[in-house]
Write a protein that binds this ligand. Sequence first.
Ligand code: FNR
Length: 359
Amino acid sequence: MGPFTMEHRVVMAPLTRMRSSEGNVPNEMMAEYYGQRTTQGGLIIAEATPVSPYGFGYAGSPGIFTQAQVDGWRKVVKAVHDKGGFIFLQLWHVGRQSHPLLQPGNVDPVAPSAIQAEGDAYAQTGPVAFGMPRALELAEIPGIVESFRQGAELAKEAGFDGVEIHGANGYLPDQFLQDGTNKRTDAYGGPIENRARFLLEITHAAISVWGQGRVGVRLSPSSSYGSMHDSNPRATFGYVAKQLDALGLAYLHVVEPRVKGNETIDEDAEPVAVQYLRTLFKGPMIAAGGFHLLSAEALLARGDADMVAFGRAFIANPDLPRRLRDDLPLNAYDRDTFYGGNAQGYTDYPFVGGQIAMA
Ligand code: FNR
């Protein structure tokens, strides 16, 4: 994959775990968690990480806009590099999937248009219904693009191997893309050429820092997570894939619509998104969403993707690549400890043979 020599095709999907320290600073426990999940020549995409204090929807997420955060991430990167793995950082702005309790000065969250989503943000005090967002002024958009560029730069300073733009799951770039959430009449709304502008600008900004082959983009076509919808997802995401194809990305990362955010909604659905976008995007492709050993192998054998990302299975199985290689049973995941808390349900899932220690 670009400048990287991968040893296998099992990718760790980006997973919000809300376990950073005060100031949204990554800590030793996070370094241990990522280190446990590292394999020689394997790719980890670190959890969604806001590029700005206004980009949070989950308290306890790590950030990438202060020096302390850069220093914290260095420990995580070292744990992964010490074991010969690669690690990208997922750059995030939640847009409307937030609440004033998660915003500096308790201001309203921002979005392309003032349309509220259904669902909950995670404040320090617990879940709170998403707030009514304020539509971004045209003049504010360059500042947000700049915060993505700065996040890309700080990720480089922290030692990451690359960055992934979080264009999926109904967060800010996705809110611009889809016409259910973008009712703007300026250069960022209306036809898909305009709705894709924000995502393409932040992708270009990241490439201006990293160059080609080290910036990935994640999309979730047809996912309704975060109250998302589009009148013509095939045209919308087809256009985006085609545009991204020209940029020399590290990869395009596609979440199948059979998964909605963090849960499977249609166990029996075949992967479709990756199959369609593969015809438009010619670079490396990562498929995600509800894969198991056999379905992942079948997908790779068909040539519909180059790698498969696993989320929930990687939470519960620190040695997932080995278990898949040797067809060993998997630990079950515990949903109650997904978001926030301590080492329980985080660094204490057993490796094959029962041991927990990473050595
Ligand atoms: C997620 N997912 C997710 N996606 C993303 O792009 N950024 C993120 O930070 C998160 N956070 C997150 C947290 C938790 C606890 C879960 C379970 C999921 C979605 C994830 O990357 C993946 O797309 C889904 O979990 C579907 O893949 P699996 O679990 O079926 O392999």
